[in-house]
Design a protein around this ligand. Structure first.
Ligand code: GDP
Ligand code: GDP
Length: 455
């Protein structure tokens, strides 16, 4: 494609960069204080540093985007562990388990100065069971004298220990090269691999909103025995459920059912679990307790699904308990607190009475359709042309930036690249997004718009 004032290579590069599919996921696991967060910081570079945690402060951000040797992937950091909630072995095992479940490959970090401990051995057992590719990072090898310590870690039976210093960067490049060798280009839970297979749903929401009640209600007697379905992953944490004449895969339901670790202080685990479920799913059904005020935690969970680029449905549960007054205030709260996601289909349900359960599937299907929408380039540019002439960008410094050309670079979710003759202001970008939605729908899906400006 040629665009006035742009090199063909720039245009093609921009489209390719924006059009990437879902990114593969790398989990970084290990005991506390071995240097996981330091290593993750190094991987993600300056772009979005992991915040220094004060002890006792819950971190809810657990996934980050990273790039090495021109390849992009997601990193799940399990460094935000919480002391005193569980015993150390159980804590490490729980967080490693969640992260490994969602991962396509794992970096297992061991403190080479300390050597392998019993807790490390416990993680090794988990890694063996999971069968995912593992790269062993022997951390805190700050200089050549530490290399011998690293070599001891051959004993773990995970192959070559890669001596690194997360703190100083020594050896991390070689280790990342080894990671890229085992990390697939696209997630194995991949959106391409399961063509025709069951669609994957993550049922998420803060504790007590009614996730397990809803799951029980929709599953009813319709639970499908996983083994009977050819070509499906026999992941015990996922559950096949028949709804509206189709089979759906509800991912990560074990966490909903078992309610493990949901004691005080377990917010971090809940975040990790939610992030893992969202990564594995195509569509997130976010459950909100309509009888209570919409909380910051509800908003964070919604943000996780949006940032991950998943299709989304919002279900307001416990509708049976709402009186007129609460209904009035709920609508006001939705307007003020959830104005950013007005595009998400909404259902008002009751897991207790079964109210509107039949509306769930159509909402999910709408969201998935929006998520997969592709707008032909001709139609898009006809629309953009009309839009720009009817509502030109405001003049700035005597110049009027123009959108010259646009194309949809990818789907799941829809990603657009616009080429412009000058800087396009945030307000105008939002205006374009709004009009794109009015014109083409995109119900139930975030959309990404990146703008390239002619030099
Ligand atoms: P996490 O709990 O596994 O996430 O560990 P952190 O990344 O928070 O690191 C724990 C401590 O080890 C911090 O004080 C780090 O500065 C230190 N540390 C991390 N990596 C290295 C390293 O490569 N060399 C040295 N000497 N110290 C490190
Ligand atoms: P989870 O922590 O999100 O899995 O929530 P649960 O399914 O365990 O539900 C938490 C509490 O809310 C339980 O006491 C449920 O009986 C109750 N609950 C769940 N859904 C509804 C509903 O639709 N209406 C009413 N009245 N209560 C509900």
């Amino acid at each position: 494609a040629a665009v006035e004032g742009f090199d063909v290579e720039d245009v093609e590069g921009a489209i390719e960069a924006a059009g990437h599919g879902p990114l593969p996921v790398l989990a970084v696991v290990g005991r506390p204080n071995v240097g996981k967060s330091t290593l993750v910081n190094r991987m993600i570079g300056r772009r979005e540093a992991v915040v220094e945690d004060r002890p006792g402060v819950t971190r809810d951000r657990v996934t980050y985007e990273a790039e090495w040797a021109g390849r992009r992937f997601k990193v799940v950091d399990t460094g935000g562990w919480e002391q005193d909630v569980l015993g150390i072995d159980a804590s490490v095992a729980a967080q490693a388990e969640y992260a490994i479940e969602a991962a396509d490959a794992v970096v297992f970090v061991v403190d080479a100065k300390v050597g392998a401990t019993d807790t490390d051995e416990a993680v090794v057992r988990l890694l063996r069971k999971a069968g995912k590719p593992v790269v062993l990072a022997a951390n805190k090898v700050d200089g050549p004298s530490g290399e011998a310590d690293a070599a001891y870690l051959w004993n773990l039976g995970l192959g070559e220990p890669h001596p690194v210093s997360a703190l100083h960067g020594r050896g991390t490049g070689d280790m990342l090269d080894a990671v890229l060798e085992v990390l697939p280009n696209a997630p194995a839970q991949g959106f391409g691999t399961a063509v025709g297979g069951p669609r994957r749903i993550a049922l998420i929401g803060r504790p007590n909103v009614g996730k397990s009640s809803l799951l029980n209600k929709v599953a009813g007697e319709e639970r499908v025995v996983v083994n009977e379905l050819a070509g499906t992953t026999r992941d015990p944490v996922d559950e096949m459920i028949e709804l509206g004449g189709k089979t759906w895969k509800f991912v990560d339901t074990a966490g909903i059912r078992k309610r493990v670790h949901l004691q005080q202080g377990a917010d971090y685990y809940a975040s990790l679990r939610t992030a893992a479920a969202v990564e594995k799913a195509e569509v997130a059904v976010v459950l909100i307790d309509a009888s209570e005020n919409i909380s910051v935690q509800d908003q964070r969970i919604i943000t996780m699904a949006v940032d991950a680029g998943r299709a989304m449905v919002i279900a307001y549960n416990k509708w049976d308990t709402l009186d007129e007054e609460r209904r009035y205030y709920l609508e006001r709260e939705i307007e003020t607190e959830l104005g950013q996601v007005t595009w998400a289909p909404r259902v008002n349900v009751s897991a207790s009475t079964g109210r509107h359960m039949e509306k769930l599937v159509p909402a999910i299907e709408t969201a998935l359709a929006g998520w997969e929408t592709r707008v032909p380039t001709g139609r898009l540019n006809a629309f953009l042309g009309e839009l720009v002439s009817a509502h030109p960008h405001p003049v700035r410094g005597g110049k009027q930036p123009r959108i010259l050309f646009g194309t949809q670079a990818g789907t799941k979710p829809p990603r657009f690249v616009l080429f412009a003759s000058g800087f396009i202001e945030a307000g105008y970008r939002r205006f374009i997004e709004r009009r794109l939605r009015e014109e083409f729908g995109f119900e139930g899906t975030p959309i990404h718009i990146s703008v390239r400006v002619r030099e």
